[in-house]
Design a protein around this ligand. Sequence first.
Ligand SMILES: [Zn+2]
Length: 443
Amino acid sequence: MASHEVTRATYRLWRMLADTVDETVDCDVTYATISRSTGLGRHTVELALMAMSTLDELPALRAHQEQLHHLDMSRLRAIESALAMADRAYFPELDARLTRYLTATRPNQPLPSPKAIRQRIKALLDELDASLATDEEDPELPSTTYSMKIHDNGTADLFARFDVPTAAAIDARVRALAKERKIGHAAAHALLLTGEDAGVKVHLNLYRAHDVAEAPVHLPRAGWLNPERAAEWLAKVSTVRDLDAAAETSTGAYQTPALLEALIEGRDGVCRYPGCSVAAQFCDNDHMLNHADGGTTSAGNLVNLCRHHHNLKTAGHIRYVLDAVTGHVIWLLPNGIWVEDLPEGPLAADSRRWVQTFVQRRDARNQRARQAAQARKRARDELLEQTRDTADEGGDAAGGGEDEGDVACPWSADLLTEPDTDPQAEGHAQEADGPDEPVGVGE
Ligand SMILES: [Zn+2]
């Protein structure tokens, strides 16, 4: 059975279940009933029904889905979770943009991964709604986001919550130290936090288009940063490098030069095996045509693969071809089907197109926010006049948006290097937050 038939059947099942939901019945009863009849966990049922409900609020996308059945449940859930904080007033615009984003323009075109969809929606929300800081749960980081749980067996868990860029920076330091000292990640945490080890020098790459004024900044694993976050990170930049030159780099040496490595990571974003979500900076640079067989070390012959998929490829179980112009990778799997994988990094063609129009749209958003703030101020002034309230409420009524997006940036290159994070390169992947399943299978 082809994978799209499974996707269609799954969607139809959830559509049927969602349509049977009786709004007058307590939702716990509904979830329990469906859970019992499907054998699925209550939480799974709840998430799936929420995903269907959100899809119902996006009529264009729903119509598209019911024609093509292209979105599986993991993608529908990604859409639901990313839109959870969105103001419903923006849904018509989001519906149109998402439908366009998720429309194939040619046969068998693979879909963006759930993670890519979440990051795109986050960026869309940043762009549409100036009142929303999508990557900040709470700037004060309340004490509930830090805790320790002691177990009976003599161990304890420490839990701490951060914004994603901060967490990515901490994680990079931990991984770098663990690798250098050949110790576990938890042990590396302990050494850093107890001050017994100062850690090793690491860096993070920030990506920014140099040919677009006030272009957004991308931090790997965190995605596109909002203007405030971007300003914070740009302030830490120590080195600016132009990646255009790296695109032309081709060497006979086996080792990948740092600039070329940054280019490949910026193109691929994650391990290029379809559905694998290991971050590119923890992947190996795989030579499509083996170095021993004359393969060059160049953008047209290198692909980011996590250690697991690198080993499978080296063993000959899976094979691929890289399109050097588009960055698309075509995989041939052992069962004879081919699967296409699109690059997801900030330098991928889709991201570049998106960046080019981002600034115009952000300006339009700020204009709308300004007009809304002015309208609120006018309304309040009129109210004040009417009630002849003499109390001075102080300040103006401006809500948001007026002051953002104007970070003066001295940088003019593609790649900005921040000095204190990220294990440079050939790192080994341990983390994967999604299943290693092929997607977009051709027929
Ligand atoms: Zn992988």
